[in-house]
Design a protein around this ligand. Structure first.
Ligand SMILES: [Zn+2]
Length: 267
């Protein structure tokens, strides 16, 4: 990394810290006068910064962002196959390939939820009319009402476990999320709802993906989507496609809007 780049990176890091209480762990070091590149590329720092600024803007400013999330350390780490991980005050982004803006917002949403003792996702679950019941989920699978195998999803269209309650957690989502899979639960629902809200109809880094997540349900069964592969899209539309294709008509969009505009009592 050239001197100019390291200066640029340091300025970016300092600004993240001052404006958002976000500490991106710097892992480059000076080596005999030469700057050794770390795992953060310049483009990645920019992407991180933009995604955080986007969230802060939706929340109503930097102070609100700091108040909601309460300070975070971000690091890049080898965390296996998924793009990110988050706990209160800690976000990890994968070193395998690069991360997307969507992942940044998704992981910061988890950190936000965690900073409130995971109560935000409970509020979302309640607001959207969902519930978590592993026993009922088991019954549903025993009665063969599930779109999955008995203990696992099957790796074929229409059998990935997307229907309400047909997932590991026994999460019966209410209203219409933008998608579901075997790993779906109220925490993932909250993080995805924040990302959908951040992108939907706004013309930013997340907007194309947000739109693609909804548009896939207009496809025929067994059609192949370039991002999401083959599935029984038409059959799933009743669970995921919003009224008139307008995501702002969903309870999730309304919940996040109420949350960021301060209309919800947050415990
Ligand atoms: Zn997640």
């Amino acid at each position: 990394m050239e001197q100019a780049d390291s200066q640029y990176a340091q300025a970016q890091l300092a600004q993240l810290k001052t404006d958002y209480q976000v500490e991106a762990v710097a892992d480059w070091e000076e080596d005999g006068g030469e700057w050794k590149p770390g795992t953060w590329a310049k483009a990645e720092l920019e992407k991180l910064h933009n995604a955080i600024a986007l969230m802060a803007g939706l929340m109503g400013g930097n102070e609100k962002f700091v108040h909601h999330i309460g300070g975070v350390t971000v690091r890049k780490a080898d965390i296996g196959s998924h793009g990110g991980e988050a706990l209160a005050h800690r976000v990890s982004l994968s070193t395998k390939g690069t991360f997307s803006s969507w992942t940044v917002v998704h992981e910061f949403a988890h950190a936000w939820d965690a900073n409130h003792g995971w109560k935000l996702s409970r509020q979302l679950e309640k607001y959207t009319g969902g519930f978590t019941n592993p026993f009922l989920s088991l019954m549903k699978r025993m009665a063969r009402l599930s779109d999955s195998g008995f203990l696992n999803p099957e790796q074929k269209p229409g059998r990935y476990g997307r229907r309400p309650g047909c997932n590991r957690a026994g999460y019966f989502y209410g209203d219409r999320p933008s998608g579901s899979n075997w790993s779906f639960n109220r925490l993932e629902d909250f993080a995805e709802s924040i990302a959908m809200y951040s992108g939907w109809g706004r013309n930013n880094d997340l907007s194309e993906w947000a739109e693609a997540r909804i548009k896939r349900y207009l496809l025929e069964n067994m059609a192949s989507d370039k991002n999401f592969g083959v599935d029984n899209w038409t059959d799933y539309a009743r669970y995921f496609y919003p009224d008139g294709g307008d995501y702002t008509k969903t309870k999730r969009w309304q919940f996040v809007d109420d949350l960021v505009c301060g209309r919800l009592q947050v415990s």
